[in-house]
Design a binder for this molecule. Sequence first.
Ligand code: NCN
Ligand code: DMD
Length: 359
Amino acid sequence: MSNDEQTIRAAAATIAPPDEAAIAAAAARLNSLTKPPGSLGRLEELALQLAGATGSARPVLDRKAVVVMAADHGVCAEGVSAYPPEVTAQMVLNFLRGGAAVNVLAAQAGADVHCVDIGVNAELSHPGLLARKVRPGTANMTVGPAMSRSEAAAAVRTGIVLAGELAGQGYRVLATGEMGIGNTTASAALMCVLAGYTPEQSVGLGTGIDETRRGHKIETVARAIACNAPKASDALDALAKVGGLEIAGLAGLMLGAAGQRLPVVVDGFISTAAALVALRLAPGLRPYLIASHQSGEQGHRLLLESLGLRPPLQLDMRLGEGTGAVLCLHLLEAAVRVLDEMATFAEAGVSDKDELKER
Ligand SMILES: O=C(O)c1ccc[n+]([C@@H]2O[C@H](COP(=O)([O-])O)[C@@H](O)[C@H]2O)c1
Ligand SMILES: Cc1cc2nc[nH]c2cc1C
């Protein structure tokens, strides 16, 4: 086994189970606050999950970041996207200049944007760019593997290392984002191989192709799988053969974050495909993953369902970049503020329901 694969194994083994004592203390506090038990619904569930992940009954999410991993896809040669592949590099520069949707929404949510070149097919240079290119784009997966197993492992490791760096910088929660023309094709292929769905169920309109082109995209995914015979039981094999560099990097980021007790907010279809890979590499990751929104990409609903993830938001968004994940950060902030700032029945002099029974 390569060094990178050993690093992945070690990262998976480092992930601690959720802190049950912190969850119990947070639950007791939630039940002492001036509201009927459970009446804040999913916000209470998020508060408990954050307590378990962070190991604190009063989690603090003062520093937030969204990591946008960017990479290109050789499968674009098959005509599977509405946009040309050059848009990947062009959007990276847009992220770095602060002009993209994720920049606006992250600023509103108080999150920093970190943009990573993990496999863009252009030489990019910008002081803000995290230059971590594993290779310039994947190969066309309809004629051979998208990348080698060692490149896939290196990309996962890149995400693990980055999570460690961000934890060291004091971030308390990470959101996932990605940019990669063609990456809904790779994500759909991974969904077929690892979650057992058909190309018809997994393929959507991506950036906005029409139904005719979707038919071609379905057939492209089927051909990629037939050509490479990726192993359903080996997530790294599937990732190498029909995945993508940004998907691999995000899978690693999730493993690395969980190893540092950082909760990870998962964005849309592509980020959830990365979560699928990451969960196969490390099932213990689950308590650290928070799904943010159900994207408009057609396969996302089934993929979320198969992973048992229930996102709180459904806004018909299908942009990617981490836009849904950073919107969800507002809900996480709301959940921790409820835990921290609400008055208890005793403090506020409000009668609890048991007092009625005693009368
Ligand atoms: O996040 C999603 O659910 C989502 C759904 C559709 C498209 N995208 C974004 O659009 C790009 C991929 O679309 P496509 O059509 O080129 O495969 C990529 O940059 C993604 O960030 C993202
Ligand atoms: C313009 C544009 C912005 C994006 N952001 C994420 N994916 C994208 C795809 C396109 C085409």
